[in-house]
Design a protein around this ligand. Structure first.
Ligand SMILES: C[S@@+](CC[C@H](N)C(=O)[O-])C[C@H]1O[C@@H](n2cnc3c(N)ncnc32)[C@H](O)[C@@H]1O
Length: 317
């Protein structure tokens, strides 16, 4: 019998693998999920390698650590249940001081999205949860039922939701009558607040609002910024950071961080260069990589994927 995980297809898999060599290395997957990428990477890298898998979600850790356990004779396997922004101190405690490869395939996995109980999707009726880490207190229901109208408007505006003010006010009005507990209740409220021309646009009218709430519950964009900075610092010489994001807003953050690090500072030959400063970064994907037609035919969920890769290099001054 198939279970929820059998349908999972890693996005841009061939493209990710093309940036990973067969050598002995230290590989960190910061968004382990159902280990779609990690499994193929463990097949590819050489014996004696060191592997770390990180995820916010205990279910992902439980499932994937089992799936990968047969590679423990080939590589040292480590799993960390943590947000990726906070994972590096734990990785350091394992005695790992730098990495040859770091992968971030950010956002929600298909099994999380398709599990109605997680409340990520406007397509199923469920408790308004949306937590990636179920140890956390803040749920989407807490945001929707306790934030002020101004705070809700700000959450929606940050993710360019249409009519953010109207929707925020309608939520506050409706929750005054009855607590908003379920995804379909919220979808109805959003629909009732949007004008006709918005409802008639292509795509689900609640899509952007659900994304905004997910970002707020999981602090996703701040996590992304911190995760990128920590990862860039943790790369060894010739180490690579591979990031897959899923919309313009996320990719903009990735691009800005990469560009900032890859930018060469003017060289003043009179100033002695200390060893650390000799290390710089090279953008390996000037143009982002997107899924091929063939992948899109197989997996429609890959359609908004955007991949960028950066390498830490020895700056020859
Ligand atoms: C798109 S899925 C990764 C799928 C994975 N590459 C695979 O092939 O199975 C993203 C995963 O990252 C996790 N995640 C998202 N944000 C995170 C964060 N800030 N810290 C740790 N894990 C996070 C999610 O729980 C989810 O399991």
């Amino acid at each position: 019998m198939k279970n929820e995980f059998d349908f999972h297809q890693p996005v841009l898999l061939e493209e990710v693998l093309s940036f990973v060599d067969h050598k002995k290395c230290t590989f960190i997957d910061l968004t382990l999920g159902r280990a779609g990428h990690s499994l193929e990477i463990l097949k590819k890298i050489s014996e004696g390698s060191c592997y770390v898998g990180v995820d916010y979600d205990q279910k992902a850790i439980d499932y994937s650590s089992k799936l990968l356990e047969s590679y423990s004779s080939k590589c040292s396997l480590n799993f960390i249940h943590s947000s990726y922004a906070n994972a590096f101190s734990k990785i350091y405690e394992l005695g790992i001081k730098s990495a040859d490869y770091i992968l971030m395939d950010i956002g929600v996995s298909s099994p999380q999205f398709d599990d109605p109980e997680r409340g990520f999707s406007y397509r199923y009726n469920a408790y308004l949860d949306m937590r990636m880490d179920q140890r956390q207190e803040k749920t989407a229901s807490i945001v929707v039922n306790t934030y002020s109208a101004d705070e809700l408007e700000e959450v929606f505006t940050k993710t360019q939701c249409p009519c953010a003010r109207r929707v925020a006010r309608r939520i506050v009005e409706e929750r005054g009558k009855k607590e908003i507990k379920e995804t379909f209740e919220l979808v109805d409220i959003i629909r009732s607040a949007l004008p006709f021309h918005e409802l008639n646009k292509k795509g689900h009218p609640a899509k952007q609002f659900f994304l905004a709430l997910r970002y707020e519950v999981n602090n996703e964009l701040k996590e992304l910024e911190k995760g990128l900075e920590e990862s860039l610092d943790f790369l060894s010489l010739n180490g690579r950071l591979i990031v897959i994001s899923f919309n313009y807003q996320e990719d903009k953050i990735v691009k800005e961080h990469f560009n900032r690090r890859a930018k060469k500072t003017p060289i003043d030959k009179r100033i002695p260069v200390i060893e650390e400063e000799k290390l710089s970064y090279l953008n390996l994907t000037k143009k982002p990589i997107v899924p091929s037609e063939e992948e899109l035919e197989r997996n429609n969920r890959a359609k908004s994927a955007i991949m960028r890769v950066i390498e830490r290099i020895d700056d020859e001054r």
